[in-house]
Design a binder for this molecule. Structure first.
Ligand code: F0G
Length: 488
C-alpha cells in the first residue's frame, strides 16, 4: 500500500523538485583531473568523462572551506529522524553536505539508500570470523534492487542540472535497471541502454524493458558495449551515466557513510567489495580520504576488492604484475600490455557473476588510488566459491546475487590466508538483490542434473554443498505426509 507523507507526495517513490532548504551551493564544487601532474579543473556545469588536457579520469572536488562541511556527525545524525523530508529520507541526500555539488532545485531522489547493515553471526562462522565480527551491507534493498541507485541519484541530478534529455549507459544489468527506473519515475529523460546480447540476467533485463528504456543489444559483451556507448554518447551529445562519470561516484560514497552511521561512526577494520568496473571501490576510497581530511574519522579501514576468477584484470594487474597508483605515477603501459594479450588470445571475461563479467574496468586508475589510500588488497574467487558463499548468505536470510557474494567468498579467502584476523571487524558489501538473477540460484539448488550442468557445470562449478533441494512427491496425501516425516 502506498502511504502519504507530510509533503503530500506518495511513496514509495518520492520525486524531489523545488526544494528550498539548505544545500550547500555548487560554487564550492568543481571537477578535477586525478593526475597529480595535470590537475586541470572544470566547472560542475560541464559534462565530461575525462580530462581534456591529459585524458585521465576526473574527480568531483570541493573547496571545503567554502562548502562548510559538518565538523562532527551530530548534524548528519539529526537528519535521520526527519523522515517526512525527501532529502533527509534519501540515504544519499541526507549526507548532502559531504557531496555538495548540486543546486537544490536540481536534486532528484526516488527514496534510494534505505539499506541495512546486518550483523551476520552464521555467515561469520563460514568466513571463520568471530561471530560478532562480520557485517553485511545489504544494498539489494535499494528501489531498483542494487547499489547503483546511490550513484544514479547523484548522476541523474547532475544530468538534470545540465539539461540532459537523454541518458545512456552500458551495463551488465544493474546500471541499466537503475537508469531506466529514474527515467520512468521522473519522466525527465529517456533512457538508452547498451547491453551485451545474452549477457544480462532476466531479472535485470525485465526491469529495463518494463521501465521503458530504449534497449540496444550488442553482439558482444560488456566491454564492447562500454566502448560503443562512449562513442555514441560523445557523437550524439547524450549524457553518460556509467561510473566513468565522476558524479556517479559521489552518490556511491554514501554507502560508506551509512556503514559508519550503523557502526556509530566507528571505522571497521575491513571493507570487502566485489570489483567489476571498479566504481564502488574508487568511491569508497574517496569517501574515506575526504572524511579523514575533514577530521570526521581518525583512521581508514583496509579495502579488499574481489574479482571473479573469470574476470580478474585488477587482480592480475595489481597482485601479479605490480601495477600501483604510485602517487599518481601509474605505469599504465603494464595495463596496455595486458589488454593487448587479452586481445591477442581473444580472451573474454566469463563468470556466473554476470554483474562483474568485465575485463576492462573503466575506473582502474581511481581504484589503484583507493587501494593505495586504504592499504588495499585484491583477490580472485572461483564461481564455485561465489555460489557456495551466496548459499551461506541466503541461509542467513539475506538474498544476494552472485556478484555480491564474491565479497563474502573473498573475505573467507583472506581469513584463510591470515590477512584478515578472526577478531577483525569486517564489512562485506552485498551489492545486488537475489531476485536479480534467480537462474543461478535455482540451478544451484536443483535436483535436475541437466540444468545444473547447463547453467553451472559449464562454469566449472562441480558441487552444490549447501543446496536446499526441493522434495518431489506424487499428488497423494500419504506420500506427502511420509515426505514431511522423513525430511523434517
Ligand atoms: N555487484 C553488482 C551487483 C553489480 O551490478 C556491479 C556492477 C558490481 C558489483 C561491480 O561494481 O563496477 O563498482 O566494481 N555492475 C555494473 C552494471 C557494471 O552495469 O550494472 P563496480
Amino acid at each position: 500500500m502506498r502511504t502519504g507523507n507530510a509533503l503530500g507526495l506518495t511513496g514509495p517513490f518520492l520525486l524531489f523538485a523545488g526544494f528550498t532548504g539548505i544545500v550547500t551551493a555548487s560554487e564550492a564544487a568543481f571537477q578535477e583531473c586525478i593526475s597529480p601532474s595535470c590537475r586541470a579543473t572544470y566547472g560542475v556545469d560541464e559534462t565530461r568523462v575525462g580530462c581534456a588536457a591529459c585524458g585521465s579520469l576526473l574527480d568531483v572536488a570541493y573547496d571545503w572551506d567554502r562548502a562548510q562541511p559538518p565538523r562532527d556527525w551530530e548534524l548528519l545524525q539529526q537528519k535521520w529522524s526527519r523522515r517526512h523530508d525527501p532529502l533527509c529520507f534519501s540515504g544519499v541526500w541526507r549526507f548532502r553536505e559531504l557531496l555538495p555539488f548540486a543546486q537544490p532545485r536540481h536534486v532528484v531522489t526516488v527514496g534510494e539508500g534505505q539499506t541495512l547493515l546486518q550483523q551476520a553471526p552464521a555467515v561469520a562462522g563460514y568466513v571463520r570470523l568471530n561471530p560478532d565480527c562480520l557485517y553485511l551491507q545489504y544494498e539489494g534493498l535499494n528501489p531498483s534492487g542494487s547499489f547503483k541507485d546511490n550513484g544514479m541519484a547523484a548522476a541523474f541530478t547532475h544530468a538534470r542540472s545540465v539539461g540532459a534529455r537523454r541518458a545512456a549507459c552500458a551495463s551488465t544489468g544493474n546500471t541499466s535497471a537503475s537508469l531506466a527506473m529514474y527515467c520512468a519515475v521522473t519522466r525527465l529523460m529517456k533512457a538508452v541502454i547498451f547491453i551485451g546480447s545474452g549477457k544480462i540476467s532476466y531479472g535485470k533485463l525485465s526491469q529495463a524493458l518494463e521501465f521503458g528504456a530504449l534497449t540496444i543489444q550488442i553482439a558482444g559483451d560488456f566491454d564492447d558495449a562500454m566502448h560503443r556507448v562512449q562513442q555514441v554518447t560523445r557523437d550524439l551529445g547524450i549524457y553518460l551515466v556509467n561510473s566513468v562519470n565522476p558524479f556517479r561516484l559521489e552518490g556511491q560514497k554514501t554507502i560508506m557513510y551509512r556503514v559508519l552511521e550503523a557502526l556509530r561512526w566507528e571505522v571497521p577494520d575491513w571493507i570487502v567489495v566485489p570489483g567489476g568496473n571498479l566504481g564502488n571501490s574508487s568511491a569508497f576510497g574517496k569517501a574515506f580520504q575526504e572524511l579523514k581530511q575533514l577530521g570526521l574519522i581518525e583512521r581508514l579501514p583496509r579495502l579488499a576488492v574481489i574479482n571473479a576468477a573469470g574476470a580478474d584484470t585488477l587482480y592480475e594487474l595489481f597482485e601479479r604484475r605490480g601495477l600501483r597508483w604510485n602517487g599518481g605515477q601509474c605505469d599504465l603501459a603494464i595495463a596496455c600490455r595486458y589488454y593487448d594479450e587479452l586481445d591477442a588470445d581473444r580472451r573474454k571475461a566469463s563468470t556466473i557473476a554476470s554483474a562483474i563479467e568485465i575485463n576492462r574496468p573503466v575506473n582502474l586508475t581511481k581504484c589503484l588510488r583507493a587501494l593505495e589510500v586504504c592499504d588495499g588488497v585484491v583477490r580472485r574467487v572461483s564461481d564455485q566459491e561465489i555460489l557456495d558463499a551466496k548459499a551461506q548468505v541466503g541461509a542467513g536470510g539475506i538474498g544476494c546475487e552472485p556478484a555480491s557474494a564474491a565479497s563474502v567468498a573473498g573475505a573467507r579467502l583472506l581469513r584463510e590466508e591470515g590477512v584478515i584476523a578472526p577478531s577483525d571487524r569486517v564489512v562485506c558489501i552485498l551489492t545486488g538483490h537475489q531476485l536479480k538473477d534467480p537462474t543461478a540460484t535455482v540451478a544451484y539448488h536443483t535436483t535436475d542434473q541437466e540444468q545444473f550442468n547447463k547453467v553451472l557445470g559449464s562454469r566449472g562449478v562441480r558441487r552444490a554443498s549447501f543446496a536446499n533441494r526441493a522434495v518431489a512427491v506424487p499428488n497423494d496425501l500419504d506420500a506427502i505426509l511420509k515426505a514431511l516425516q522423513l525430511y523434517s
